[in-house]
Design a protein around this ligand. Structure first.
Ligand code: NDP
Ligand SMILES: N[C@@H](CC=O)C(=O)O
Length: 821
């Protein structure tokens, strides 16, 4: 056997220097399976994909049109049985000729003539089968590979028809195989490399198309690469060309997290390692064959598995070191298995008995000290294993069989060494009361298998998949509002370690559009994607995305100033969606609306996170609620509740116009989107109402006496007209400031509340040593006098506005809800 060159870049791989000399631009290899080329529409999708790749250097490997290889093998078998099927040959010719006319009318006649010629040769080969040596099997490779040649010629002609420069090459002149080997080991890497390097030096920087599956044996005869052979051809070319990537196009969206026939919500695993993909393939999942992955893993060529039916989806990426979410990449289930426990003999004896019987254990645990071996095999293999044991284990072996079992496997590197992930698996089964009859860690630690009773298998698979692959996002979040606060929140989400695994952003919305992605939106791409992909669906679509998610906790975060959004909070709460809000309208306007929020929480058993609505997240509401909960009562509340007004009055000394400071406050993100909400006192009044109601003082909006800073005639003006007359505000503030200064005082915007519900907000002239006068920046001050904090009040102070602090309050509320639900 020829040595396989392991190092893709080392001295052992000299052809790579040749490839490197051929230009900076590296090849991208694409493989299109028969399912992509099933009909005219399939070909057109493939053409669209390849056209979008130009001008990148593309090497394309194609399978035969769906069903054609099977049809050719069928013709071969019938020929062996002495039933030559000329009609079957004609059918294949006419199928391909029809495609040629539809895809490449300019070259259709030439193509059709070629198919006809090949058809004649095929008929001739079939006629030789019965009399040929080795029962005709010497001819099967020539017969079975015809379909790949035909589809590669069709594709090249169709590309040219669309004006894309393309050229077909004969894979039999490039890939050399050892007749004695199978799979990746069959490829004679060194010789093939030399052939590819020499040929590729002559290729134009365009699109090259090669038939998959076919190769040449050392004796010069036609060879094929076996089942999944086209995938292996593509992997070989990707490695030999030192490709930038290999994209394997299929009719599925990537590597799925479970068998979609069993798990409706199976999702595409975004990333996985070569080893994990091999593990999945070995467990019988419909991914790439391990033979395909091995050469790529050695050369570290990333593999993308994508669907030609939906080329917008990124599919799965198979790489050396993957990242990404989920406690497991995928969960597999092998049903109809039996366990066998062998005691009293060396494990090696048991394993060699199985090997002789041709039985491959699906999982095993060996304990040398106790001379015991527990293993799992398929029920079908038992009939071979039992006699093998009887004949070779000797009289002291105790063998116990248990039938009717299923092997459930969680695939992810390091799974068996990660207590948190294992606990999630065991808890999912414990919640279902499914006993674990055995657990097996694979020797390379790419996953963990548990043995369970067969009748629990499907329910267990569902529960484990939900917990490990999909539902690991304990928390699904929708962010509504991507402005100052929402934007900061998305940045903080991006940096949070829970994002991805435990927390999935499933929707983002602003006033114009909504972006939904059940697989999870990467927060730092959210606004860009919202702009490009968002649809004008309204906030309801974001709520629906949450409701569709199978996360345990679903939270809508409102980072808008919108009445229309706040109006729906109670309804969403009642429907089981937790709400976290920076928007003060739902709790800070009418008492009826505040009550609706409370009943929404009761009806939906949900929580309302409102820390951001007062003090931009300072622990005011929380403290008040704790005091109330412990039987303390609020007697009086006083302070500065507005960050922007605090900043304005802390900075104002008459040297700069008030409006100039207002512009700075806006710039710093302290004001409301319309700063009149601050200047009017309305924002402070809302905070006072929220606090009063949290303290059990049920007052109405109209109970708050509000003195604003905006002259009455400016309140209803459009924003630009208001700003055009901002000097009127300047004049009023200058006057009030001068009056206060004449008394040796300063102006501060102060809120007060007493236990009878007397509430007012407005500017006050206070002494310079008053606690409200000694604040700086955008600090807030909350002075709480309670039954127990009576002699000396409880004081909470700190930054009371700004995007970062507000966003952190939103995030902290969401995470707290997730941990307390
Ligand atoms: N700034 C601060 O320090 C604090 C702010 N808050 C509160 O945070 C909230 C957001 O403020 P801020 O980020 O400054 O505001 P911005 O104006 O910067 O952003 C508001 C966002 O809400 C979106 N929006 C507006 N109306 C709707 C709607 N009907 N449906 C969906 N989305 C909508 C806007 O969409 P579009 O992009 O399309 O315009 C925008 O993305 C406000 O309620 C504010 O009171 C609370 C505490 C502190
Ligand atoms: N505009 C508000 C921001 C926080 O709620 C303020 O100035 O306090």
């Amino acid at each position: 056997m020829n040595a396989v060159v392991v190092d893709a870049r080392g001295a052992a791989a000299p052809w790579l220097d040749e490839i490197a000399r051929q230009g900076e631009l590296r090849w991208r290899v694409h493989k299109f399976g028969g399912s992509c080329l099933e009909d005219l529409e399939g070909f057109r999708r493939v053409l669209d994909i390849l056209q979008s790749e130009a001008p990148v250097r593309c090497f394309v490997v194609v399978s035969a049109v769906r069903g054609v290889t099977d049809a050719l093998l069928g013709l071969f078998e019938r020929a062996r049985a002495g039933e030559p099927d000329r009609a079957g040959v004609e059918l294949l010719i006419s199928q391909h000729t029809a495609l040629a006319h539809a895809l490449a009318p300019d070259e259709a006649r030439t193509l059709a003539a070629g198919f006809q010629r090949d058809g004649e040769e095929l008929a001739w080969l079939l006629a030789q089968v019965r009399t040929a040596p080795r029962g005709g099997y010497g001819l099967v490779d020539r017969i079975a590979g015809i379909g790949e040649y035909w589809s590669s010629r069709l594709l090249v002609a169709a590309l040219r028809q669309r004006g894309v420069e393309a050229q077909d090459v004969d894979a039999r002149e490039l890939l050399l195989v050892e007749a004695t080997q199978r799979g990746a080991d069959a490829i004679a890497w060194d010789e093939s490399a030399r052939l590819v390097a020499a040929a590729s030096a002559r290729w134009p920087e365009a699109l090259i198309v090669a038939p998959g599956f076919v190769a040449r044996s050392r004796d010069g005869g036609a060879a094929t690469l076996g089942r999944n052979g086209s995938d292996l051809s593509a992997a070989a070319f990707a490695r030999l060309l030192d490709a930038e990537s290999l994209t394997v196009w299929k009719d599925v969206a990537g590597v799925l997290s479970a068998d979609p026939r069993l798990i409706r919500r199976a999702r595409t695993a975004p990333e996985l390692s070569y080893a994990e993909a091999e593990e999945l393939a070995a467990a019988g999942a419909r991914v790439l064959h391990p033979d395909t992955l091995r050469p790529l893993r050695r050369a570290n060529v990333p593999v993308l598995v994508r669907s030609s039916r939906d080329a917008r989806q990124p599919g799965s990426r198979i790489v050396g070191v993957p990242t990404g979410c989920g406690a497991a990449r995928a969960v597999t289930l092998e049903e109809d298995t039996v366990s066998v426990s062998v005691r009293g003999v060396a494990g090696s004896l048991v394993l060699s008995a199985l090997e002789r019987a041709g039985v491959q254990p699906r999982a095993l645990v060996q304990c040398n000290a106790r001379r015991s071996l527990d293993l799992v095999i398929t029920a079908a293999d038992r009939s071979r294993a039992e006699p093998a044991f009887a004949g070779s284990l000797g009289p002291f072996a105790q063998v116990e069989w248990r039938a009717g079992l299923a092997l459930l496997r969680a695939v992810r590197a390091g799974f068996g060494g990660d207590a948190r992930r294992m606990a999630a698996l065991y808890t999912a089964l414990a919640d279902l009361r499914v006993p674990i009859l055995g657990s097996f860690q694979d020797s390379h630690d790419h996953g963990l298998s548990v043995l369970i009773a067969g009748d629990h298998a499907h329910a267990a698979l569902n529960a484990v998949h939900a917990r490990l692959c999909h539902g690991t996002a304990k928390l699904a979040v929708a962010v509504v509002g991507t402005g100052l606060v929402g934007g900061a929140l998305l940045r903080q989400l991006q940096q949070h370690p829970a994002c991805g695994d435990d927390l999935r952003l499933v929707a983002v919305a602003n006033s114009r559009s909504v972006l939904i992605d059940a697989e999870g939106i990467t927060p730092d791409t959210a606004t860009a994607r919202l702009n490009w992909e968002g649809k004008p669906l309204g906030v309801e679509a974001a709520v629906a995305a949450l409701q569709d998610s199978d996360a345990h906790v679903k939270i809508l975060i409102d980072a808008t100033p919108a009445e229309s959004v706040a109006r729906r909070h109670a309804e969403w709460l009642a429907a089981g969606v937790h709400v976290v809000s920076a928007n003060k309208i739902a709790q800070g306007t009418s008492l009826a609306r505040w009550r609706e929020v409370r009943s929404g929480c009761r009806a939906g058993k949900t929580q309302y996170g409102d820390a951001a609505t007062v003090g931009a997240g300072l622990p005011v509401l929380k403290t008040l609620r704790r005091l109330q909960g412990a039987g303390d009562g609020l007697l009086a509340l006083e302070g500065v509740f507005s960050g922007s007004l605090s900043f304005l009055f802390n900075a104002y000394d008459g040297s700069r116009p008030f409006s100039e400071l207002l512009a700075e406050a806006r710039e710093r993100g302290y004001t409301e989107p319309d700063p009149r909400a601050d200047l009017s006192g309305g924002d402070v009044a809302r905070k006072l109402l929220i606090l009063a109601r949290a303290a059990g003082i049920a007052i109405e909006e109209t109970d708050v006496v509000v003195q604003g800073l905006v002259p009455a005639e400016l309140t209803a003006l459009p924003a630009e007209d208001f700003f055009a007359r901002i000097d009127e505000v300047d004049a009023q503030i200058a006057r009030q400031y001068a009056e206060a200064a004449a008394q040796g005082k300063v102006l501060r915007y102060i809120a007060t509340l007493d236990r009878t519900g007397k509430a007012q907000v407005g500017p006050q002239a206070v002494r310079r040593d008053h606690p409200c006068a000694t604040l700086s920046g955008a600090d807030n001050l909350f002075v709480l006098t309670t039954a127990r904090y009576h002699e000396r009040p409880l004081v909470i102070s700190g930054p009371g506005a700004g995007a970062e602090v507000t966003a952190q309050a939103l995030l902290a509320d969401a995470l707290e809800i997730a941990t307390t639900v």
